[in-house]
Design a protein around this ligand. Structure first.
Ligand code: ADP
Ligand code: MG
Length: 329
């Protein structure tokens, strides 16, 4: 099989979605989305609350019917072959759905039962995933008594019980503290190194940058962009961002004075962000010529650019500022 995504080597398509639509009544939550995920890669769906991430992944793991369009997983049609496909997928849903009354161990054994895994083999697998998730000592603990990070690791471990070829992770670290988040990222990197294909949704830019080989940037049910994190940053905003605190009316004379050192700019609150590939030269120029350009500089900071800048440039919004409540925007 071949493709034109520019990734070297021969790869199998694990997921292929074409013009995928999800409607709830008259409301179109997913508005014709097409993408492919290849074997061994970590593919990200990045977007704010309400972007349609959960709606898309629920269709992939057969939890929610497709309104229109096509979805193939492992080369088979999801509408026709959902049962067979499900046995080869592991799912970490956005909301933990562990049984709070049962122990860690029993949660794994009950789940293994859904896949009709034989008792002996289930015990062996449960032991392995507890080991991998560093939860062996918690085997007899009730889920209710676990920390948020441990529950998330257990949900991930549970998703591995059937040795899935494709792992679907819906906001795997939302609500976790930074330490628990990093611990989970380490586990996910290990799984990726072992060759597991992953589809991950997130509204954390750092998570997407840390884990994803390629990603879609989604907003309100539509794809804004697709590419590797590095390529998206390079194409849209350049390598660096010079943040300046200046008066709004001074922006024109600034960008004029800076010439082609500035790739593009965006006004964010009291600051203007200048996107550039030559940050130091730009920073020096602005500092040395502020007076000549009739600019009063309140603030100046040069930093590497990131996906947040890309999102900001594409949508005019920041991902983190958007409320993450159930109503979305
Ligand atoms: N069961 C549902 N009924 C009606 N609207 C829904 C339902 N599920 C999701 N939505 C709406 O669809 C949009 C996309 O939601 P969702 O897929 O959960 O986005 P995300 O996971 O990116 O936050 C949102 O506007 C949400 O309110
Ligand atoms: Mg969601």
């Amino acid at each position: 099989m071949s493709d034109n995504t520019g990734i070297s080597g021969k790869k199998n398509k694990i997921i292929e979605s074409r013009d995928l639509v999800k409607k709830f009544g008259d409301f179109e939550a997913v508005k014709g989305v097409s993408f492919s995920v290849f074997q061994g890669e970590c593919f990200g769906l990045l977007g704010p609350n309400g972007a349609g991430k959960t709606s898309i992944v629920k269709m992939i793991y057969g939890f929610s019917p497709i309104t229109s369009g096509e979805m193939q997983v492992f080369g088979e049609d999801i509408s026709a072959r959902a049962r067979a496909i499900k046995t080869r997928i592991g799912v970490v849903p956005q909301e933990d759905n562990l049984d709070p009354e049962l122990s860690v161990w029993d949660n794994l054994m009950v789940y293994a039962g859904y896949f009709r895994i034989k008792r002996e083999q289930a015990r062996e697998r449960a032991g392995q995933v507890l080991d991998l998730m560093e939860l062996t000592e918690k085997a007899d603990t009730a889920v209710n008594d676990l920390s948020g990070g441990m529950k998330r690791r257990l949900t991930l471990g549970r998703a591995l019980i059937n040795e899935p070829e494709l792992l679907i992770l819906d906001e795997p670290t939302t609500g976790l503290d930074p330490y628990a988040r990093h611990l989970l990222w380490q586990r996910l990197r290990r799984l990726k190194e072992a060759g597991t294909t992953m589809l991950l949704t997130t509204h954390y830019l750092e998570e997407a940058e840390q884990l994803c080989d390629r990603l879609l940037i989604l907003d309100r049910g539509e794809i804004l962009e697709e590419g590797s994190p590095a390529d998206l940053v390079e194409i849209h905003v350049g390598r660096e961002v010079l943040e300046l605190g200046i008066g709004y009316e001074e922006i024109a004379s600034l960008t004029e004075g800076a010439g082609d050192l500035v790739k593009d700019y965006h006004v964010l609150g009291d600051n203007v962000l200048l996107f550039t590939n030559r940050g130091q030269a730009l920073s020096d120029l602005v500092a040395g010529n502020a007076e000549k350009m009739s600019i009063t500089l309140f603030y100046r900071r040069l930093r590497p650019s990131n996906l947040e800048d890309v999102f900001l440039k594409l949508t005019g919004k920041t991902l983190e500022d958007i409320p993450q409540g159930p109503e979305g925007y």
